[in-house]
Structure formats: structure tokens, C-alpha cells
Ligand binder design. Sequence first.
Ligand SMILES: O=C(O)[C@H](O)[C@H](O)COP(=O)(O)O
Ligand SMILES: [Mg+2]
Length: 301
Amino acid sequence: MSKPVKLSNASDYEAFLDKYDTFLIDCDGVIWLENIVIPNLREVLSLLRKKGKNLLFVSNNSEKSRKGFKKKFEKLNIEIYDGEIFGSAYASAYYLKNIVKFPSDKKVYVVGNVGITEELESEGIRFAGAAEDVKFDSTDWTFANIKQDPEVGAVLCGFDININYLKYAKAYTYLHSNPECLFLLTNDDPTFPAGGSIFPAGGTIAAPLITALGRNPDVVLGKPNKPMLDCIVQKLSLNPERTCMIGDRLSTDILFGINGNLGTLLVLTGVAEEKDILAENARIIPDYYISSLGDIAILNT
Ligand SMILES: O=C(O)[C@H](O)[C@H](O)COP(=O)(O)O
Ligand SMILES: [Mg+2]
């Protein structure tokens, strides 16, 4: 397997940028770590814009809708425009509406937060669960109180900071009692970087359901999976040869780029480390890697 090329000086950066017109840029671990912007990232993004590059921010983070992401970009003072964000919550809503053609008389039961429900709303898809099942009194708990909504035709599971047993119990009953009920995950990342460490990510939330049901989800939307790429390709006309995926995780971002025949650049500011790609048994290898996307800012001087 060929070794990745390390980008480490101004001429490497120039040659790399010249190869591509469009950059699909991951967020957590590339642009920011939680609420801390990676050093010099703003400058690099404005350099890419000055060079006329197309930018699309492609994140598996389902906590935020496009609206929520836009607010975060603005709060962190990072330039952003409508149509430049594609998150896994939006991919899920887009997929249900345009690929599944989810019936308007059905609802999606959501194990997740406002990012998912805002995107379902934006695509006109009805839902249950999410915020309405956050608070319940466990002292009065009885399984007899788990009532099924007959309109639920899919369960969509993403990152959920308010996950609880009630949500699992409801999601399970929909999926167990109705083999037609679709089981979707926004993404299946095992971990994500934040606060100087890594933490369980959106992909861990569905694990109890998978165990209880004894089956995997029907579709996982986020990177590296094809549905996310199909949704992006259906919306924008991309020339894979002139498009590069930039990310911090091999099993999602870099594999996504490889699966889509895109160029790939791994940054070392998030989950993956240099040893992961240089090891003899490394399986997912980017075309390029760089310590930080912020390093490219030296081209501004
Ligand atoms: O499950 C999650 O929420 C993800 O691990 C995470 O936030 C990934 O976001 P990305 O790196 O794709 O922006
Ligand atoms: Mg990331």
C-alpha cells in the first residue's frame, strides 16, 4: 500500500491546493475542538475562499442542524454562507424525504437532540420522541406506561446528551413489534475529540438497541457511508478528481473520501495520529497528511 505524502512546507501546500477546486471539510477535530477554533483556521479558510475554492463543511455531528452549525460558525467568528454545511442530521432528513420518500402520515421516533428535530422539521417530516421523552419520573416507572404511537414508521438515532431508558424502551418496541419500521443512525462514530481528550460519540448511542434487537441498523447516514455522499452528490455537482475530503478520523472522513474517489487529507489535530497511517498494518491511508490545516496559513504571509 502506498505511503501518504506529508505536507510540511509552503511549496507542498501550494501544490496541494492547486490540485483541487472543492474541499469537503470535517468540523470536529479539523475546524475546532468543541468551542476552541484550531489556530490559524480562520486565516486558512479565507485563503481558500480568496483562491476561489468551493467549501462544504461535512460533519457527522448530529447535535446540530444546519441552522445550529451556522450559529456556531458565527459565534466563533468563522465566515460561513448558506448552503455550505452538510451535517448528518440534515443527511438523515434529506434521505428520509428524498430517497425513502417517507410517507407524510407517518412519524419518525427520534433518539437524539434538537439538531435532528430541526432538520426533520425543515424537510416537513413529522416526529415523536426527542425532547418530549427527556423528562420522566422514574419513581412512578412501570412498563405498562410505554404506549406506542401507531404512526411511527422509523426510528432515527443520533448523538443524545439526554439519553435515557425511556427512549431506549420506546425505540425498541417500535423496532421489535414492527419489522417494517426503519432503523436509521445519523452516524456511527465511536469517539470524538473534545476538551483535550476523546469521548463516546454518536455511534455509541444505538449500541443498547443493537444488542437488544440482535440486528444492525438498516442505514447509517454519516461518513464513511454512501448515503451521505449520494445526498451531497445529488445536491451539488462534484468532480471527484478535483475534490478533496479533509478530516481527522480515518474510519469516517478518509474512508468517505476513498469510497467516493475523492482526494484525501488527514489532519492530526483530532482523533487520528501519525502512527495510525505509518504502521505496517495500516488499512486506511490518506493521500496526504498535515499536522494541522492551520499550517497552510503561512501562504498568507
Ligand atoms: O458522533 C458524533 O457526534 C461525531 O463523532 C462527531 O461529532 C464527529 O463530527 P465531525 O468530526 O464529523 O465534524
Ligand atoms: Mg472530525
